[in-house]
Design a protein around this ligand. Structure first.
Ligand code: EPZ
Length: 435
């Protein structure tokens, strides 16, 4: 397994291009199942999760071609209505094929995702919502076994008991080929859902309420093909903002609009960072001195994204005071705390609340990534720590960050990926491990 070696203490300086959003690309790819015409997506990053989605869609019947950042998905017919456990266990977002399969062929057999490192993550809203559209669903042998009597879903009203991002996406996808109108209430307003609705409109579906908690979809007989550019990755951008601030650096992020990070940017400005929009979807970030402490809590958009909580914790672990971070979305998303503590961070956790006492400096050591965002919090901590940090289990990072070491080293960071079987130092000496 690859490892990342980082020698901390170098301020980041330079320009960082932001990719298309993983969490927008995943439902957009699943949308490719709904049409027998080609859907061409642009600005698709190269990430392990998207490769997993490509594999799943190919097994279901899509023909997929990638050229650079463009991915064409063509699904003339559905060959298999199954999402097997072996794929779903690797990537929970595989659940996004459930709605499209039911809508297109009236049948789906999708493994239950089960829990994961950040929490139990049930999919009951997906199941209840699809039942409201007329599907009959049983759970058998760990699988969601779903059928649509008569073969076609029927538009209906469904109110989400709580905000769910992929829950909303599954319902929106299913409603697009249902008979009549579907009205969804208490819908997540994450920008990635708006991106999905834009693409659906381009494919001929009538949609009302984009960016609001009530979305109406007029189901249609068939969807046309379309060309769609995937929106930028706000979580990748927030990660690099935190990295620039912790190193007292000065960077420009390209291809990202500041409006995608409202609460995150406000909080960091209040703590002393300079973060300003520039023309043509760029963001300027600079910091001198220590970041101030913050009292923050995660919540659905436009609140502070849970996907940026770990990165903020790394940053606040060297703040000038006492911070409080409350995690409201996932019950187990503090796995990075023990690893940050190994680097000298002072963090105590009580339930969903973490108290972070800023320390003078972190010190490098070996740490282990536990999930995707936790892994980048360790990289951020390593960029500021004294000495060398070695982050293992990099496959977590590869699920969501394309070329992270390249982007950071181009801004001056001393960071290097070490392939299995090699011993390296971040500054460049390599030795083969004997045997
Ligand atoms: C999406 O996950 C993202 N994944 C996550 O990104 C992100 O952390 C999360 O939304 C919250 O913003 C993708 O978009 C592919 P939810 P999702 O359904 O949709 C509970 C990353 O690092 N819930 O919005 O699975 C659930 O347990 C990640 O890129 C139910 O109770 O999250 C959680 O407490 C990981 N029943 C809350 O709702 C349901 O049926 C929000 O979950 C569904 C959800």
């Amino acid at each position: 397994m690859d490892k990342m070696l980082i020698v901390g203490g170098v301020p980041l300086r330079g320009t960082i291009p932001i990719n298309g959003a993983k969490n927008a690309a995943l439902p957009l790819m699943a949308l490719g199942l709904l049409s027998d015409q080609p859907l061409v997506l642009d600005n698709v990053p190269t990430l392990a999760d998207l490769t997993t989605m490509e594999l799943l869609l190919s097994e279901i019947g899509s023909v997929i071609k990638r050229v650079g950042k463009k991915v064409a998905i063509y699904t003339p017919s559905i060959k298999s209505f199954e999402a097997p456990y072996d794929i779903v266990r690797k990537m929970r977002a595989s659940i996004l094929v459930l709605g499209p399969l039911l809508a297109r062929c009236g049948r789906a057999h999708v493994s239950l995702p089960g829990g994961c490192a950040i929490g139990a993550r049930p999919v009951n809203f997906h199941i209840d919502g699809l039942r409201a559209l007329g599907a009959t669903i049983e759970i058998e042998n760990g699988y969601i076994c779903a059928n649509v009597p008569g073969g076609k879903l029927t538009g209906a009203e469904y109110t989400f008991p709580n905000i769910s991002v992929t829950g909303a996406e599954n319902m929106i996808l299913a409603a697009s080929l249902a008979r009549g109108e579907t009205c969804l209430k208490n819908v997540a307003i994450e920008p990635e859902i708006g991106d999905l609705l834009d693409c659906l409109q381009a494919m001929g579906v009538q949609v009302e309420g984009k960016g609001t908690p009530t979305v109406r979809i007029q189901g249609t007989e068939s969807l046309s093909g379309a060309f769609h550019k995937v929106m930028p990755d706000r979580i990748e951008a927030g990660t690099y903002i935190a990295a620039a601030i912790i190193t007292c650096g000065e960077v420009e992020l390209e291809n990202i609009n500041i409006s995608l990070l409202p609460t995150f940017v406000d909080a960091l400005r209040n703590a002393g960072a300079t973060i300003e929009p520039l023309e043509n979807d760029k963001i300027y970030v600079s910091m001198s001195g220590k970041i101030g402490p913050l009292s923050i809590e995660t919540s659905p958009f436009p609140g502070l994204a849970t996907d940026l909580q770990a990165q903020l914790m790394a940053l606040l672990s060297v703040s000038s005071g006492e911070s409080v971070i409350v995690e409201n979305i996932f019950e187990n998303r503090f796995m990075h705390v023990c690893e940050l503590a190994r680097m000298g961070a002072q963090i105590s956790v009580s339930g969903n609340r973490a108290h972070v006492t800023g320390v003078e400096h972190l010190s490098g050591t070996s740490v282990m990534a536990t999930d995707l965002r936790a892994s980048t919090s360790l990289v951020i901590a390593g960029l500021a720590a004294r000495g060398e940090t070695i982050v293992s289990r990099l496959y977590h990072i590869d699920r969501g960050y394309e070329s992270i070491e390249k982007k950071l080293s181009e801004c001056g960071a001393i960071i290097k990926r070490v392939r299995e079987g090699e011993a390296h130092t971040a500054s460049g000496t390599n030795k083969k491990i004997a045997g």
